[in-house]
Ligand binder design. Structure first.
Ligand code: ADP
Ligand code: MG
Length: 163
């Protein structure tokens, strides 16, 4: 079973991924795969973002499913919900807190604004529900939780899934 761990950059996906791995879950950082397998098609200079070859990324994900049909694999990326997954976990964070987190990461002002705005209108949650339907999407607010607490919540969600 493939689980997308998605959310606006800065909502804490990679932080929670570390705790999930410690608990024994298999978490794949798709950003790392995209770089390693050279799946960046081009770069949007204006927005300073990558254009990812989604067809190749999809193929990679489909192969994972074929190779490990019995395994639960979590895919960490803010585009993971756009892939052929079985379930989506969307992390949220209040726009103010998100701004703080991205400032701490020394992101550029324009990128911070772009992502805070995306979080305000919940772009990713809306996309995920369109892709998979509400019943296959769970949203978790991380604003006043530690990554460890978010990890615990995710494990509870995974425990309730029967496929
Ligand atoms: N639950 C949390 N509470 C407070 N700060 C957090 C939390 N999760 C992540 N952070 C911080 O916010 C920043 C972004 O986290 P990160 O895990 O890289 O997000 P993402 O992978 O979603 O982009 C990091 O500096 C991290 O230390
Ligand atoms: Mg990350």
């Amino acid at each position: 079973m493939l689980i997308a761990l998605t959310g606006t950059p800065g909502t804490g996906k990679s932080s929670v991924a570390r705790f999930l791995r410690k608990k024994g879950y298999r978490v794949i950082s798709l950003n790392r795969i995209i770089v390693r397998e050279k799946m960046v098609k081009s770069c949007d200079e204006k927005r300073k973002s990558w254009i990812v070859d989604m067809k190749r990324l999809e193929k990679y994900v489909e192969n994972l499913k074929k190779k490990y049909p019995e395994k639960t694999i979590i895919l960490d990326s803010h585009i993971s919900h756009l892939l052929p997954v079985d379930f989506v976990i969307v992390l949220h964070c209040s726009p103010d807190e998100l701004e703080k987190r991205l400032k701490k990461k020394r992101w550029r002002k324009e990128k911070i604004r772009e992502n805070v705005e995306a979080e305000m209108i919940e772009v990713i949650a809306v996309e995920a529900e369109e892709m998979l339907g509400k019943e296959r999407v769970v949203e978790i607010d991380t604003t006043s939780k530690t990554p460890e607490e978010v990890c615990k919540e995710i494990i509870e969600v995974l425990g309730k899934l029967h496929y």
